[in-house]
Design a protein around this ligand. Sequence first.
Ligand code: CP
Length: 302
Amino acid sequence: MLNFKELSGQQLNEIIDKGIEIKNNPEKYEKELSGKSSALIFQKTSTRTRVAFEVAMTQLGGHALYIDWRTTNFGIATVEDETRYLSRNVDCIMARLLRNADLVKMAASSRVPVINGCDEKYHPSQAVADLMIMKEKKGRLKGTRLVYIGIHNNVCNSLVEGCTKTGVKLTTVTPLHNEPSRDEELLEAARKTGLWETTSDVKAAVRDADFVYTDTWVDMEFFTDPKFAVEKEKRVKLMMPFQVNDELLKGSSAYVMHDMPIHRGYEITGDVVEGSKSIIYEQAENRLHAAKTILLKLLEKY
Ligand code: CP
């Protein structure tokens, strides 16, 4: 699962529904991955993705190996050779890599399923968790309205794919497209569904939304990078009018979502994070249940 391109809407809906079922009946799945191992390999930092997949493997009766890329020999050999070895020892690989191109090489060289744990283009396991919480809150996905406000990035791409495959009406308010994340094929497929629109009128977009979603303005690998400081400053200036705050949400009954980590005072205010419409922590909890449904699907348990 490098993105959702190989999944039909029906298959994605099945993954989401199964995730909700697993969340409500965790004991039924305690032994599903008994004797199975999953490698979790990280070239970038993570809190949620690491914890979710590691705990998911434990709660499914299997074993997860956390692997910090820098402590391996991936850096001094080819991705293909190292993956060929790795996939002879584990049943699944979850990888958070800097470059999608390396993930594609990894998937092509692997004998076992490879899950994208967030590269510069996509973040599919996040979108599964997001769609799960939306379905839990509204009882359906088809026809619900999500507004994404922020930079068009990897998270946005996976939302565009995930929403348009499951019938969610998505409006994106993205004054800037993070160029490394650009995928015209994905965007064109989404356009054809008629379910995705873009606008710069953030106030109008929010008015009838069921969910308002925002994300960081700077990707994790650049957040504290001094070489990115000028670009970061530029983005803050450009994006501040698009901050999710009480003023923007006045009159709206939308639930508020954020994939975390949160940068309070930038893309969202602390008041909104703590507000009564925030479902951010429930959304983040769903990363665990989403990891389980993805692992079980790819290991052919349903
Ligand atoms: N949302 C998300 O992927 O969180 P982490 O970067 O902490 O894994």
